[in-house]
Design a protein around this ligand. Structure first.
Ligand code: SF4
Length: 705
């Protein structure tokens, strides 16, 4: 490489670990990527996806210019078309006839402007995000238990825990740097224990002392049994529970039927001895962190699963202190930032509640807006149902590919075909979703855009521009703001830079400190452009007048929660099986997830040759006993089918898969491998509280192709 002329510190755009990236840009434009040695999320380490980021910076496949009906147009023409069609639709059919569907890939500034536009000015809460598919159950569980969507702990807790319980998380592949952090802690302190709770054996089991391969959907029974065990063996922290919690009696009553190990074994399919080992370790280990991810969240009982886990930490008082606590790790790079600005259809900015009149008044007052949405909008799955049946007539999709990623993906495709007006903002020209757009808006990609993201430990970090935007690509917040201006709200959408949006977001979070609860970064409301440019990673909150270089590492150490009575709530949880049930026709559970070296629908990671060397094609992992019974040879083609769709993929026959279940990755689409859109096989079943789809428990038939 030629001499470095610029070093830019930025953030990886993939998983919610939020690793700091050091990009060295040479005079000839070549970019060299390494980990930022000073970033507290990764201290210089990057996984293979992050390390390959430079390979994704080219313009191959990029959407370079705005288009209407497939023809290149100017930005002015495209923005005029979006604004006039949205205005006409709202005028004729009302605010709820339009919607935005955004993404955990966009920056906090993009999310902020999208929410302000929809909730404060259009007057509809029909804005939801693909983060609904990722962590909505954790949001709902946090709010039930803590009174707010607060992640209590931080990554340092993984370093100092004596027991790490991983549940529903193949951390080794999906959050590799967090996995390496736990592995390093375990290497340094061999007495540290790791339990991995997952229906299948994964790479994460390389560091596990105990694998619990439970029946799909039986997590609530396992953690209810743990609650009963902890209570029955004297592990309740009586002082903490008495002073700082509510709901104990109801939670224990609900768990009572799992006080017996055999009952837990029947419900989970686990050996009583393994359950006893897990319960024994948990009971005996003060410093315990329970890490959970999509295997918990992506369920029709996801919120109850989260609360069943949190209950055990509240009962033992193991929360808010070093090395302990429940810990949701988010799948996407900015799922947390989206939550902070109210990126879900049932939220307001600054973790405020849409259904609270005082919260609505606060936000409307701050925005000086003509209206404020008063009822929750459609959550992701419902939103596309509303498109399908014509209630939503104009939809703007931003940085996501729902034709592949949503459940019932063929119906999503049909819904978009029938929608009178579809706008798609993306960095990529040809996806299964852009193919259905009336208007295409070119967005700045990673390396081009500028703003902030928040990782799983509440750490806000800058994404910074390294290279010039491709073609006429523009920031998503800019496109949204210009549509807002065209709709007549000139001063409310007048920002000219990301720093200005960030300042407004920060100011809103401290507008009424007596009402705002956990999320408050008003200490940055007066940040200069220069200070925004050099902003170092920090954990929120950072309230006005707080000079600390970093926010508190943990919440709830003082036992004060954000519920009306200030107490953390234990929740009575009752096991609910997945909505689908295996049958003679559809005898297999279908589990879905990520592979190590790809991201979502591969629009970026698919550009990096290094990343396709790990797994080059879609596959179905199936137990060797099932393969033998069905006459499926290793590496032969198999059909995975149910009444919704069929995919044809190669069989990966292993002894890691639980008999009666099959695992297929989510990444491959019609654009990169025909017949591998696994979202088409997933039913649109959702958790009643969180609206998160059940993406890990469909039922299918498996047969040789
Ligand atoms: Fe990026 Fe996640 Fe890998 Fe870190 S662990 S480099 S954030 S993909």
């Amino acid at each position: 490489m030629t001499d470095t002329v610029r070093t830019v510190l930025t953030t990886c755009p993939y998983c919610g670990t939020g690793c700091g990236v050091k990009a060295e840009v040479a005079a000839d434009g070549a970019v060299t990527i390494s980990g930022d040695p000073d970033h507290p999320a990764n201290f210089g380490r990057l996984c293979v996806k992050g390390a390959a980021l430079a390979e994704t910076l080219g313009h191959d496949g990029r959407l370079l210019h705005p288009e209407i009906a497939g023809r290149r147009v100017t930005w002015n023409a495209a923005l005029d078309a979006v604004a006039s069609r949205f205005a006409a639709t709202i005028a004729e059919h009302g605010p709820d006839s339009v919607a935005l569907y955004v993404s955990g890939q966009i920056l906090t500034e993009d999310y902020y402007v999208a929410n302000k536009l929809m909730k404060g000015f259009v007057g509809s809460a029909n804005i939801d995000t693909n983060s609904r598919l990722c962590m909505a159950s954790s949001v709902a569980g946090h709010k039930r238990a803590f009174g707010s969507d607060t992640v209590p702990g931080c990554y340092e807790d993984l370093d100092s825990a004596d027991l790490v319980v991983l549940t529903g998380s193949n951390l080794a592949w999906c959050h590799p740097i967090l996995y390496q952090r736990i592995a390093a802690a375990k290497a340094a302190r061999p007495a540290m224990k790791v339990v991995n709770i997952d229906p299948r054996l994964t790479a994460t089991d390389d560091i596990a002392d105990l694998h619990l391969g439970l029946e799909p959907g039986s997590d609530v029974a396992l953690f209810a049994g743990l609650l009963a065990h902890l209570e029955g063996t004297g592990h309740r922290d009586g002082d903490f529970v008495a002073a700082h919690t509510s709901g104990l009696d109801a939670a224990l009553a609900a768990a009572a039927s799992f006080a017996d190990l055999d009952a837990v074994a029947r419900a989970t399919g686990l050996a009583p001895a393994d359950i006893a080992t897990f319960y024994g370790w948990f009971g005996a280990t003060e410093k315990t962190v329970t890490v959970y991810s999509q295997g918990v969240n992506q369920s029709s009982a996801g919120t109850d699963k989260v609360n069943a886990i949190v209950n055990c930490h509240l009962l033992t008082g193991r929360i808010g202190r070093e090395g302990m606590g429940p810990f949701s790790v988010t799948g996407q790079p900015n799922a947390m930032g989206g939550r902070e600005v109210g990126g879900l259809a049932n939220q307001l900015a600054a973790h405020l509640e849409l259904d609270d009149p005082a919260h609505r008044a606060l936000v409307q007052d701050f925005w000086g807006s003509p209206t404020i949405a008063a009822t929750p909008g459609h959550k992701a799955v419902e939103l596309f149902e509303a498109v399908a049946d014509g209630r939503i007539k104009a939809l703007w999709i931003m940085a996501t590919n729902p034709v592949d990623s949503l459940p019932d993906a063929d119906r999503v495709r049909a819904a978009l075909r029938s929608c009178p007006f579809v706008v798609v903002s993306d960095v990529v020209r040809d996806t299964d979703t852009t193919a259905l757009a009336d208007v295409l808006l070119p967005a700045e990609a990673w390396g081009e855009k500028d703003g902030t993201v928040t990782n799983s430990e509440r750490r806000i970090t800058r994404q910074r521009r390294l290279v010039a935007p491709a073609g006429e690509a523009r920031p998503d917040w800019w496109a949204l703001a210009h549509v807002g201006r065209r709709l007549g709200w000139t001063s409310a959408f007048a920002w000219d830079r990301a720093a200005a949006v960030f300042r407004e977001h920060a100011a809103l979070s401290g507008h009424r400190p007596e009402i705002v609860r956990d999320f408050d970064i008003s200490g940055f409301a007066d940040l200069s452009d220069e200070d925004f440019a050099t902003l170092a990673p920090f954990q929120w909150p950072r309230r006005t007048g707080e000079p600390a270089p970093d926010g508190p590492k943990r919440f709830f150490a003082d036992g004060r929660f954000f519920t009306p009575d200030g107490r953390g709530r234990l929740i009575a949880t009752h096991p609910r099986p997945p909505r689908a049930k295996p049958s003679p026709e559809l005898p297999f559970w279908l589990n879905t997830g990520r592979v190590r070296d790809q991201w979502h629908t591969m629009t970026r990671t698919g550009l990096a040759p290094k990343l396709t060397g790990h797994i080059a094609e879609p596959f179905a992992e199936i137990a060797d006993a099932d393969a033998e019974r069905l006459g499926i040879a290793p590496a032969s083609l198999v059909t995975i089918a149910n009444g919704r769709a069929a995919v044809v993929v190669r069989a990966l026959v292993t002894d890691r898969q639980r008999p009666g279940s099959v695992f297929v990755p989510i990444h491959w689409t019609d654009r990169v491998a025909s017949s591998a859109r696994i979202g088409a096989l997933i039913a649109p079943e959702t958790d009643p509280l969180s609206g998160q789809p059940e993406s890990k428990a469909a039922t299918v038939a498996v047969r040789p192709f």
